[in-house]
Ligand binder design. Sequence first.
Ligand code: PEP
Ligand code: MG
Length: 937
Amino acid sequence: MAKKPAATKKRAATRPSPKKAGARSRKSSAPARSSRKKYVYLFANGKADGDRTMKDLLGGKGSGLAEMTNAGLPVPPGFTITTEACNLWYANHRHLPKTIEDEMLAAVRRLEQVTGAQFGSTENPLLVSVRSGAKFSMPGMMDTILNLGLNDQAVEGLKRRTSNGRFAFDSYRRFIQMFGNVVLEIPKDAFEHEFEAVKAERGARIDTDLGEEALREVVARYKKVVASRTHHPFPQDPFEQLRMSRDAVFRSWNNPRAKQYRRIYEIPDHIGTAVNVQKMVFGNTGERSATGVGFTRNPATGAREFFGEFLVNAQGEDVVAGIRTPQPINELQKVMPHAYQELRDITARLERHYKDVQDFEFTIEEDKLYMLQTRSGKRTGYAAVVIATDLVAERLLTPKEALLLVEPASLSQLLSPVFDPAEWKKMPVATKGLPASPGAASGQAVFTADHAVDWAQQGKKVVLVRKETAPDDIHGMEVAQGVLTATGGMTSHAAVVGRQMGKPSVVGAGALVIDEKNRVVTVNNQTIREGEFVSFDGLTGEVKLGQVATKPSEILQVLAGKMKAEASDIYQRFSKLLSWADKVRTLGIRANADLPDQAELAYAFGARGIGLCRTEHMFFGEGRIEKVQRMILAETEAERRAALAELLPLQRADFYGVLKAMHGEPVTIRTIDPPLHEFLPKREDLMVEVAKLEGGWGGQKELAVKRALLARVEQLHEFNPMLGHRGVRLGITYPEITEMQARAIFEAACQLAKEGIKATPEVMIPLVSHVKELRDQKVIVDRVAAEVMKEQGVKIKYLVGTMIEVPRGAVTADEVATEAEFFSFGTNDLTQLVFGFSRDDAGKFLSVYQEKKILDRDPFQSIDTVGVGGVVAIACEKGRKARPSLKLGVCGEHGGDPSSIHFFHKVGLNYVSASPYRIPVARLAAAQAAMQVKVGD
Ligand code: PEP
Ligand code: MG
């Protein structure tokens, strides 16, 4: 479960510039002097300065250690240096003020008191571990140092105390190696080379064959490595070791892998890491000692089973490093039954205390168990649903609390077709693109939509591989297992339509070089010819060359009536969780659906209404495009009306189906939006055809037709189609199109009414920037509605409203609202127009913007709350002032994005509208928004 901090916090998530940092440091150090701000928090002997509520300050690990200490659990004593100290260190040119250094020294003294051990003692030396610990878990991304405090004297003390010279010197050599590598940045190889040399000289086969004498020599050699690489002897002063290690951990907050991890999981850069200094306990003193990690439940499946691994006679890093294969945790019962039982009891207690699955680390030293960490365990979407519903059944959580244990976006995993994980792992990753629509896709590569259809008709499973997709590829997308494109971003056509269809899609996989003519794709020196298998995972964006078997998820099988609900445990849990969400949320949930089958599915997923029916998508159905083209090519209004008359029954039938599928819930139908040339063949293709025909390759009649088509295409050609003749501008110039669409809508609604089925259409005019545009179209809609109702003798309740997707429309929302009965924010276009970023081209530079931290996230995926969101807020306020009953919704892609949903809840929308497969995500996110809490907060 990725921990996602609140969007609003993330806005301020950039590290301060040195100038600002100075200002910040002055500001934050001032109270340190006056009110003695605390930077070091102790935990020892059943009492800690901190607790579980202090994750921001102490990090996840530090707050967990404090909480466990307060609960009387066996936690080695220690202290946590706060995240604020880390930020101060950065702001202060990588130094801590003396006051904090003194505070840390006092904490060490206190630790010496409670443990009875001293730094550098030859009798009873204090040894500590130094570990990172940010608010959000970043496993393995930052640095750790163990056995700190060992020096030439202390090692003798450790030998004396443990009566084990081998162990003492093994610990010392481990420490020098770790410190040398992490703090002094000496490559590991330099140490390993010496270790292997000593082993070879002594004929030792494995590490444990080396005795005390040999290890003394290893230590001596390691110290030489340090001296020659750094021109300084290995530091013997434990305080110096501690300061240097602490600073190395602070430094590791900004190592490349930690930064990359934060980017992926959207963890802000400015929060910093805490440092935990803790008395060492040893899992490597012999056969009565061990170390391990585990979960209180299975994090992949959610099953209620103790889950984890351990190693006898080992230190923590051995488990992680994979040098030795750990044993399943249940076997601990056989070798150390007492410690095992105590571990079971403690972790069960922790799970009850935190009311969530715990991911824990432990060490057993000479049969005595110590807890080193506890935190909420990361889990798959599947496991999250199982665990949340189980914890309610076990009465540990209320249904409302359980909703917070599931990250909304992770629900998509439950709907996607699945790969067999073992098979998937076997194949190497060929390339990676943007994970546009989740799901597993595997099939034979085809490079055109027509081929996809042909092949699918022959019963083949195909993956449509395109440079990009366009509306006229829709038939190919429909039959494909998935869609893979080389260009495009998260709101590109392939991505939007892919999500809407629930079609696995990976877009913008830039390494793909597609040669459509020769039907071959190259990717990183490998080639795929048409018909060869390609597979990808729409959740991760990974693409592989080869075949992997997939199957539909159980939930979809139940929704499609192919499986009984009672037969699917996961379906029952999924629908139970969402029914809890429905009780909590105040936002309505609608669907973006264009066709009756999509609407039915959306209803089954829990949508109660359609927020956007893009009518033009209906124009691409079988036998329709020719009629649409005839309408576009018409020279006179009469010709155009004749072509529209042919389209009327087809649209009416679609609207009938969509309205019926929604069982009386409101259905927002948008009048035609895209520029007309999108319905015509490509200009370049037509030029080639005309040239061929002119060369005598065909008949004169065909030539005349193509020439006319080309002439019209040239006439319609636009330099900026997205800013051109589209949206309401089409309805204004061709009112007969609006007329036909309105007639189709009201005839369908009247027909349903006559059949006793309620229908509630809402007619929506796109791209309005001026109230007069809307007024012009509304007059037509109202007139046609009145005519149809009179003809049919039926009364239908309907609304006329507009999309707010042009900044002028938003800023003049008070005027627009005098005509509009509802607003639906088209945040795809609104983002495009507020930023001035072309939604079709921004993919080329947005990743660089994110890398350079100019933008935290792709604003086409997650709403830019300050800029685009600011415009939305203005429109809401002005619109509602002018018309208090104004209904407000959003139908851009952001309507299915959890953090955007939080924003829409806050700004007071009535509903969000999302593609059918994101409806469950939206239901849960809306419930979490209503609780004003986000998972990870
Ligand atoms: C929008 O602009 O947000 C919208 C929903 O319309 P489209 O994506 O069809 O332009
Ligand atoms: Mg739009």
